[in-house]
Design a binder for this molecule. Structure first.
Ligand code: P6P
Length: 323
C-alpha cells in the first residue's frame, strides 16, 4: 500500500511553514526514539528540578524541551519560542523570521515511567510585521494559529496536524524514519459514547459539570437516553487523540481545589492547539463561558478550563452552563 509522505503533503504549504513543520517533525522523531529507549537510555525518572508551573520535572521533560528549543533556533523561520518548561520565551537569531513557536515538549509526564502514551503539543503563530519581538507578541488568541499539532508516543508514534484545512494524521515508519499519511480528514462524530474526565475530582466540580457527568452515568435510564463509557489516560495528547479518532469528549474543567485558577491545563500550548484541531475536525472546545479559541490571552502560562470534543456534547454542556 502506497502512503503519501509528509514531504509530499507539505508541497501545498507555504515554504517557511513547511520548513517549520518539517523541523518540528524531526524533533518529534528524536523524542520518539528517546521515549522508546526508556530505561535503556537512562532518561527515566526525576530531573530533580521544577518548571515554571512549580511541577517536578522528569528527565525527559528537560531533554524534550532542549530538542524543541534547538529546533526553533536552527530552523531559521522561528523568531521566538515559548515552552511550558521555561518562564520566558527564547528569542532566536532569526530576527525577522515569520513565526512564533509554542510547545509543551512532553505532555503527560506522570505516565513516562509507567510506559503509558505521552506526547508533544505545539502551536504556531505569526510574528509581528517586519523585525523585532516583544513577549506580548505571543498573546494572540487561538483563532490566530496558522498551524497546530501534536505527536503521540504510543504503540505507534503519530503526528496529527492542521494548517487550517482539516486534520491529517501521519504514522512514523520506524524502519524508514518517514512520516506517512495514514489518516486524512479526521472527523469527530457529532454524537458521543465516551467521556473523559478525572472522576476523583467530582466533589470539586462546578454544578453544570457534575450534572453533565451524572447524566452520562445514568445512561439509557437517564435524560440522555443512551449509555456512556468512561476513559481517563491522564495524558491530554492520548485522550484527545482518541476523541479525534473515535469521538467523545475530554474535560479538565475548573474546580474548587484552586478556585482562583480557571483550570489545570495551559491555554497557549495545550488548550489552543488542541482546540484548533478539534474545531477543524468538526468538534467544539468550550471553557465554560466561550469557545477556547476566542479567549484573549493575558499571560503566557495562563490556565483555562477545558471541555472539548463532539459537537452535540459540547452544545449540551453549553446549555447546562446557561441553565
Ligand atoms: P490529573 C498531564 O500532566 C496533564 O497536564 C494532561 O496531559 C492530563 O490530561 C492532565 O494533566 C492529568 O491531570 O490531575 O488527572 O493527573
Amino acid at each position: 500500500m502506497a502512503f503519501t509522505d509528509l514531504e509530499t503533503w507539505l508541497e501545498s504549504t507555504d515554504r517557511d511553514l513547511a520548513r517549520l513543520i518539517q523541523a518540528v517533525a524531526e524533533g518529534c522523531r528524536e523524542v520518539s526514539r528517546l521515549v522508546a529507549r526508556g530505561a535503556l537510555g537512562g532518561v527515566l525518572g526525576e530531573q530533580g528540578t521544577q518548571n515554571v508551573q512549580g511541577e517536578g520535572q522528569k528527565k525527559l521533560d528537560v531533554i524534550a524541551d532542549d530538542v524543541f528549543m534547538d529546533v526553533a533556533r536552527r530552523c531559521g523561520v522561528v523568531r521566538a519560542a515559548a515552552s511550558e518548561e521555561q518562564d520566558d520565551p527564547v528569542v532566536t537569531e532569526a530576527g525577522d523570521a515569520p513565526y512564533l513557536l509554542l510547545f509543551d515538549p512532553l505532555d503527560g509526564s506522570s505516565n513516562i515511567d509507567v510506559n503509558v502514551s505521552i506526547g508533544t503539543i505545539f502551536s504556531v503563530l505569526r510574528a509581528r510585521e517586519g523585525a523585532g519581538f516583544d513577549p506580548a507578541d505571543l498573546l494572540q488568541s487561538g483563532r490566530r494559529q496558522v498551524c497546530a499539532g501534536y505527536a503521540v508516543y504510543g504503540p505507534q508514534t503519530q503526528l496529527v496536524l492542521t494548517t487550517g484545512n482539516g486534520v491529517d494524521a501521519f504514522t512514523l515508519d520506524p524502519d524508514s524514519g518517514r512520516w506517512l499519511l495514514t489518516r486524512a480528514g479526521l472527523s469527530i462524530p457529532a454524537q458521543a459514547k465516551e467521556f473523559a474526565i478525572n472522576a476523583s475530582n467530582s466533589r470539586h466540580w462546578a454544578e453544570p459539570v457534575s450534572r453533565y457527568v451524572s447524566e452520562c452515568l445514568e445512561g439509557r435510564d437517564g435524560p440522555r437516553g443512551k449509555d456512556f463509557n468512561m476513559r481517563w489516560i491522564a495524558s491530554m495528547v492520548a485522550d484527545v487523540h482518541r476523541v479525534l479518532n473515535r469521538g467523545g469528549v475530554f474535560m479538565y474543567p475548573w474546580d474548587k481545589r484552586e478556585p482562583s485558577k480557571p483550570g489545570k491545563l495551559r491555554l497557549m500550548y495545550e488548550a489552543n492547539p488542541m482546540s484548533l484541531l478539534v474545531e477543524q475536525a468538526g468538534g467544539q472546545a468550550f471553557d465554560g463561558v466561550q469557545a477556547i479559541l476566542d479567549v484573549q490571552p493575558t499571560a503566557l502560562h495562563q490556565r483555562v478550563s477545558v471541555m472539548l470534543g463532539a459537537a452535540e456534547e459540547i452544545e449540551h454542556l453549553k446549555a447546562l452552563h446557561r441553565a
